[in-house]
Design a protein. Structure first.
Length: 164
């Protein structure tokens, strides 16, 4: 069982999440077109478009990557957390699948804190609740059944000779 590798990559791909972004984009473009009729410098026109473009690229690039192999859990959340955060099974106390409501329990999606632990997600209703010796955090998942196989592998590791 120790050979199973769970991998998941997620993006903000829910249509309704992009409605506010699209609305702001159209608003900025509309205001830019209205400004064409007035004598405005080209920098006054281009700077809002560049800012909007940077914000759009930022939101489009946000993703979470999760990997659980036979002896560790790793995740990153580019462009905010660009390096893998790695937790060896020896340093972890528990991993479990938890059903949750991101908006009600954390106030939304992304990187959130609920005064108990951090959440890293892009949507969905399931998470991997991880407890280490020093902290607790949850990684959102759209694949709870596949993640459960990795959790079973973790539990097998902890119950074996490697458990502390």
């Amino acid at each position: 069982m120790g050979n199973y590798v769970f991998k998941e990559n997620q993006k903000f791909n829910r249509f309704w999440l992009w409605i506010p972004v699209g609305t702001v984009t159209l608003l900025v473009i509309g205001l830019g077109l209205l400004a064409l009729e007035k004598p405005v410098s080209w920098t006054d026109k281009i700077i809002p478009i560049l800012i909007l473009g940077a914000v759009l690229l930022f939101f489009l690039s946000i993703r979470i990557e999760i990997r659980i192999d036979g002896n560790s859990l790793q995740y990153k959340y580019p462009p905010i957390i660009n390096n893998w955060r790695k937790y060896r099974f020896e340093d972890m106390e528990q991993i479990e699948i938890k059903k949750y409501k991101s908006f009600w329990e954390f106030g939304g999606w992304g990187i959130r804190y609920n005064f108990d632990y951090w959440l890293y997600n892009t949507g969905g209703k399931y998470g991997l609740l991880v407890t280490t010796k020093k902290k607790k955090f949850m990684l959102g998942t759209y694949k709870p059944q596949e993640a459960q196989i990795a959790i079973d592998q973790f539990r097998e590791f902890k119950s074996g000779n490697n458990a502390h």
